[in-house]
Design a protein around this ligand. Structure first.
Ligand SMILES: [Cu+2]
Length: 407
């Protein structure tokens, strides 16, 4: 709980990579900034319950203090005085809390139902599979077919291939299979999974489109984890052996990527997407990157800083410990080179935090992930890669284009 509170304090949008250190404000004690469609109803419910319980707390504690003082020691008072209860009072304090609890439950069911269930057809929601493992998050995206295959299928010692081995050897062989061959237990025979975007190593960022219902399928590779997005009021346990699901929709103002003219880019700012040049498009890891015009092999990827490109240039010039002024000057040269290469705008990004809310082992405190909310166009490019238009679900594209323009 305490960890969650800390995470929430640090979880305000954009604080992760903000250049300025976060100055503590009184409002930090309250809920973190909220960016999901269902979250406002959840917050209202929270505030309502908080108000009711606060009033009850004050009344009960006030009554306790009042009676403590009223019936304090008095040598003249009769020692004991037995009563047989007060039926009217009993009924009152049974019925009133029952009515309040029933009302709160009914309100809660509505909010929970909207959050948990959603009958939109597959094409109108973005689906991702998130898999927790000690101590990182994996994310799997559907390819152009919009469908995610089957994952988390691991062999058992009783399977035909392993049954003949000694139990210890079977376990070792299975562990090797999980570690080396198929870390996410993908079922390679499933046609839905054929064009999935998955990587064997965990901890790449979770990318979701803005302003579109997102279905998160949630699984765990090992122990109990909990997928928590403080800024979206999304929270669900990831259970080994079970696939959970939740829906949320990121509000327009939650988009993490912002287009900045290259003249205005702070070179320490995070660079993510470069659009409109030959460098654009997802690279092998499924993220957009930008190459230094003077070094085609360089790449500023998802969580790299433009500054690292500057440092690489300085290192190439054998300047191992550059001064601040050298970094600044080289940065300006890089800016000019990028402009000359036709890069007029860059994308900066301020991602959100994913927290594991279940004590899942010694490294639990380090189990943090990154959530990036992108425009629907960026998401489409990301998911469909360079798939030919005929394989893109047109219905989805039409639905996407019909939604109000992003900020
Ligand atoms: Cu965990």
């Amino acid at each position: 709980m305490f960890v969650a509170a800390l995470a929430m304090l640090g979880g305000a949008a954009g604080s992760v990579f903000a250049a300025e250190p976060h100055k503590f404000q009184f409002s930090d004690w309250w809920l973190p900034a909220q960016f999901s469609q269902h979250g406002d109803a959840m917050d209202s419910l929270f505030i309502l319950i908080f108000a009711i319980t606060s009033i009850v707390l004050v009344l009960v504690q006030g009554a306790l203090v009042f009676f403590l003082i009223k019936y304090r020691h008095n040598p003249n008072r009769k020692k004991a005085h037995f009563i047989h209860g007060n039926p009217r009072l009993e009924v009152f304090w049974t019925v009133v809390p029952a009515v309040i609890l029933a009302a709160v439950s009914l309100l809660g069911i509505r909010v929970w139902g909207n959050y948990r269930y959603n009958d939109l057809p597959a094409g109108e929601r973005a689906q991702i599979l998130v898999v927790g493992e000690q101590f990182k998050w994996n994310v799997i995206y559907p390819g152009a077919d919009g469908k995610i295959g089957r994952y988390l299928r691991y062999p058992k010692p009783s399977d035909p291939n392993y049954r003949t081995l000694a139990f210890k050897d079977a376990v070792r062989k299975i562990n090797n299979y999980i570690n080396d061959d198929n870390p996410l237990g993908k079922d390679n025979t499933d046609p839905d999974g054929k064009d999935d975007d998955w990587v064997p190593t965990p901890s790449r960022p979770v990318i979701v489109p803005v302003n579109k219902p997102i279905e998160v399928l949630l699984g765990s590779k090992d122990v109990l984890h909990d997928f928590f997005l403080p800024n979206f009021r999304v929270k669900l346990d990831a259970l080994p052996g079970m696939l959970g699901h939740i829906y949320f929709q990121a509000k327009p103002e939650s988009q993490c990527t912002h287009e900045v003219p290259i003249e205005q880019v702070d070179l320490k700012q995070l660079l993510w997407v470069d659009r409109g040049t030959k460098n654009a498009g997802p690279d092998a890891d499924g993220v957009w990157g930008l190459a230094d015009p003077k070094d085609a092999n360089s790449r500023v990827a998802t969580l790299g800083f433009l500054e690292s490109m500057v440092k690489a240039r300085l290192a190439a010039r054998k300047i191992a410990a550059p001064t601040g002024e050298q970094i600044r000057l080289e940065g300006e040269v890089l800016r000019a080179d990028l402009k000359a290469a036709g890069v007029n705008t860059l994308w900066t990004m301020s991602p959100f935090e994913i927290v594991c809310e279940e004590l899942c082992g010694m490294g639990h405190g380090t189990m943090k992930g990154t959530l990036i909310v992108v425009s629907q166009e960026q998401y489409r490019n990301f998911i469909y890669k360079n798939a030919p238009p005929s394989t893109q679900p047109t219905r989805t594209l039409a639905a996407l284009d019909a939604t109000p323009a992003n900020r």
